[in-house]
Design a protein around this ligand. Sequence first.
Ligand code: CA
Ligand code: CA
Ligand code: CA
Ligand code: CA
Length: 163
Amino acid sequence: MQRIVGAVDVGAYENISDIDHDGLPDIYETGTEIYVSATSTGSKPNVADSDGDGILDGVEVNIHGTNPNLTDSDADGFDDLFEINTGFSPISATSTPDALSTIRTAVEFRFNAANGVNYRIEGSTDLQNWDTIETGIIGAGGVVTRFYSTENQPKRYFRVKRN
Ligand SMILES: [Ca+2]
Ligand SMILES: [Ca+2]
Ligand SMILES: [Ca+2]
Ligand SMILES: [Ca+2]
């Protein structure tokens, strides 16, 4: 069979062992915990996510270019996965998530609670079905205030009941 010089010879990889199924051949995973190159990664051949940062060794090496032995490849104080998920570079210390802050409006829920009375707060998405959000609130003859984040929060209706 004629070989094509300069192209990936898929046939050569068909029988290469990847025990932990992380996308890196065992022979590339040297287990030294020191990354040298994509074919000498320092990662563990029997652990799919050597540094435990939530990204497979092969995905770190071949897709993100991050270090499979370090949770924070660029040492900027944020883990690789968090940087990737927030759109920052995990391999550039000048691209760092603490440059970003956001403002989000929360719900402030207030009710007047009588002295010594036990209240519970319920929430609903549809005004039909109500779930208990907090129970055992003992009134002190004044206003009770709660703040609820609106992030990933489908409940837009709140009410209070005496227990
Ligand atoms: Ca591995
Ligand atoms: Ca990893
Ligand atoms: Ca990593
Ligand atoms: Ca980082």
